[in-house]
Design a protein around this ligand. Sequence first.
Ligand code: CS2
Length: 484
Amino acid sequence: MTRLSRKTCKTLAYDPSDLDIGIVHLGVGAFHRAHQADYTDEAIRKGDMRWGTIGASLRSSDTRDALKPQDYLYTIAESDETGERFRVLGALRDVLVAPENPATLIRAMCRPSVKIVSLTVTEKGYCHDPATGELNEQHPDIIHDLAHPERPRSAPGFLVAALRERHTRNLPPFTVLCCDNLPANGRTVAKVVTRLAQLIDPALGVYVADNVSFPATMIDRIVPATTDADRARVAAATGLDDAWPVVTEVYNNWVVEDRFPQGRPEWSATFVDDIVPFELMKLRLLNGAHSSMSYLGYLAGRETIADCMNDPALAHFVAHLMHSEVTSTLAVPPGADIGAYKEALLRRFRNPGLKHRTWQIAMDGSQKLPQRLLDTIRERMNAGQSIDGLALGVAAWMRYVTGIDEKGAPIDVRDPLRDELRSRADMAGLDAPKLATALLGVEKIFGKDLPANPDFVKAVTQALDSLIRHGSQKTYETFRSSHP
Ligand code: CS2
């Protein structure tokens, strides 16, 4: 079959070679290509050719290798319960592989036409301590970047190197746009980058703090990893071979603080002054439910989120979590309707077109738990409210990171803290009080307050005890009976 390329694609509304480069994006994985790039493509289609994007991978060359032979074009497949539709996006003009040549990436970030450097490098890519949001100065990549600031490895290291170079060359700084699911993502990244700059050169730290804009964002689109079955479906539907299409839902949402001193595309996002209520609604409802479902569902043998939602007791647990525990901690974001958001969310989770694996979402739990479940727990406990569902989510993570499933088979746990979690779990064994105490001792996740709170420890230990004794399915079935 013919390969997708500029020559073979007949559906692009503009000629990508007419694009100037206005954006450099770090972490050019499926999420960016299905979310921000879709908004940018739409802005370009309206005629503003300033926003071509250079993507960068901070680790592997896979994306570049797949997309280069097809001129960096790729297909986006969007589905809802009515079916699937396909489009080719053209905003991406090049993909750089940072470890192959860090200087080339810094040079791209220093192009005078670049106004925005955006990022999707996942929670762990910011090298911060998830419980406090501070730069982890002991992180191996940060230790490396402090020793070799002109040849960085980490995303914060690249931002600092390029901001420094632009400052030296009297170019205005770019806006740093974090599109990861971190709490207060703009502020957190500002803190991390400013601290790294300060450690490299105190005057640079002051320059970054005073001159660089870090707008916060709330990003919301479900984008499962692409599979070979997706590739085959896209080829059959479009008649063109695409080595790396992206598969997502029709739903797409982006709320952004409008602080772009050098300008921005006319994205059809919602621009606001205060992101916090939007962010909390999304992180606690969507991501909190996702993580809880992924651990409980994986342990119960459920492959995907849609499979979890087809299990009535697990779907009941998710609805309970959202309606009876999370909602009371949320303020209504201006113009939003929390009830409608939850309804849409339950529908989105059920989307049979998305094969979103529980194993994929289960990754990096140590980086996700604080903002998805633990802050909600703190607020509920301060208000004297129950945390049964939230505690079961945390306990399911604990059972999962033991690395052995309910049938005794190994679990491929992916997490930057995997070794520490595993050794704590191994020492404790499958004994709920010991295991809970051992894992609650990871201060980077739980802080000092939660392990010292007897009600929290009790709730998590009881849930974990049930998971160990009766298994996940039985536990959430019992949960349904006791929380009708
Ligand atoms: C998911 C998110 O992988 C995960 O942890 O919870 O990627 C989720 O799909 C997105 O945040 C949806 O906007």
